[in-house]
Design a protein around this ligand. Structure first.
Ligand code: PLP
Length: 401
């Protein structure tokens, strides 16, 4: 008998499990709206042309070797990543108050930041929005933080519960960490307005709450890299401290390359350098040092003016296609006379629409229409195309009537 015979089967990951179920379905009309990955109008994964070009340049450069990177990763990548999120003219960067370390995409950056906080920060409670990306509570709990939630989404309006958010952060203990989605909140697609961000900032600074930004969709939400970084830049502009986890999975389509960065903005250069020395102690036993390839692609693109420009054009095209899918789905439901107010489909931001469909309606759509999505009614707009919108609209119509 196996010494592991007592091991019980774990449930599928609630998000990745959607794809497992989809793959098993033989129907030719099946539609996977669970994955958080961009698809072309033909439903295919996309490698950006500028990424292909960067890879070609890297392959042709015979001087490149496969030596280990330093613990903190590729220096050039880290510098450029900080510039991308904080802005080229950021005083915090100029004053050397930012430390940036290369990590394994957004997830790894969150994990490294959280483990540092669990070891070195006086307040081990982190507030995450309700709801949030399903991996957040697991990452923070396993890092040794205690997870609490703040109100965020209002099902009645399918928008932001701003009053609830202010009340919950207002009654959080002084110094508590607050996880904020920089833009394109996952799964709701609901973001605060700039005025609301400013109120959140003032409240948080007045209570010394520590912002931990998760930036997984910079440029992917609006099509504009600077616009999508505004929330982060507001918090940096006031001179206060914050954490930022960046991912290049969506905005450069580098999902499986696992490229990301953690930045810690500190009050002084001296603190930043001491923080970095401790981040190395978190990283070394976790994965020793990060992989070269993806970070080299990013650095190649970010440091070349023309390639950077090409990237912004391809990025905007992805964002625009998603935005046009919102309009097409909204129009299709209107054309069918589907009961209910569906304006949230065009108001929400980023890759996902939080439809408001309940788990029974989702199960019905999967059973009868072979449409796959997470049971909370979240659909990935990036998985839709003009060809598949009518099928989805039919399914939603049937589910709610
Ligand atoms: N944070 C949020 C809100 C996300 O939606 C995702 C991806 O779905 C991530 C972080 C991290 O993704 P990755 O680790 O692939 O960069």
């Amino acid at each position: 008998e196996s010494v592991f015979s007592h091991v019980v089967r774990a449930p599928e990951d609630p998000i990745l499990g959607v794809t497992v179920a989809y793959n098993k379905d033989p129907s030719p009309v099946k539609l996977n709206l669970g994955v958080g990955a961009y698809r072309t109008e033909e439903g295919k994964p996309l490698v950006l042309n500028v990424v292909r070009k960067a890879e070609q340049m890297l392959v042709n450069d015979r001087s490149r070797v496969k030596e280990y990177l330093p613990i903190v990763g590729l220096a050039e990548f880290n510098k450029l990543s900080a510039k991308l999120i904080f802005g080229a003219d950021s005083p915090a960067i100029r004053e050397n108050r930012v430390t940036t370390v290369q990590c394994l995409s957004g997830t790894g950056s969150l994990r490294v930041g959280a483990e540092f906080l669990a070891r070195h920060y006086h307040q081990r409670t982190i507030y995450i929005p309700q709801p949030t990306w399903g991996n957040h509570p697991k990452i923070f709990t396993l890092s040794g933080l205690s997870v609490k939630t703040y109100r965020y989404y209002d099902p009645a309006t399918r928008g932001l519960n701003f009053q609830g958010l202010l009340e919950d952060l207002g009654s959080a203990p002084s110094g508590a960490i607050v996880l904020l989605h920089a833009c394109a909140h996952n799964p709701t697609g609901v973001d605060p307005t700039l005025q609301q961000w400013e109120q959140i900032r003032r409240l948080m600074r007045s209570k010394a709450l520590l912002p931990f930004f998760d930036s997984a969709y910079q440029g992917f939400a609006s099509g504009n890299l600077d616009a999508d970084a505004q929330s982060v830049r507001m918090f940096v502009a006031d001179g206060g401290e914050c954490f930022v986890a960046q991912s290049y999975a969506k905005n450069m389509g580098l999902y499986g390359e696992r490229v990301g960065a953690l930045s810690v903005v500190c009050k002084t250069a001296d603190v930043a350098s001491r923080v970095e020395s401790q981040l190395k102690l978190v990283i070394r036993p976790m994965f020793s040092n990060p992989p070269i390839h993806g970070a080299s692609i990013v650095a190649t693109i970010l440091k070349d003016r023309n390639m950077y420009n090409d990237w912004t054009i391809e990025l905007k095209a992805m964002a625009d296609r998603i935005i046009s899918m919102r309009q097409e789905l909204f129009d299709a439901l209107r054309a069918r006379g589907t009961p209910g107010d569906w304006s949230h489909i065009i108001k929400q931001i980023g890759m996902f629409t939080f439809t408001g469909l309940n788990s029974e309606q989702v199960a019905f759509m999967t059973r009868e229409y072979h449409i796959y999505m997470t049971s909370d009614g979240r659909i990935s707009m990036a998985g839709l195309s003009s060809k598949t919108v009518p099928h989805l609209a039919d399914a939603i119509h049937a589910a709610v009537t």
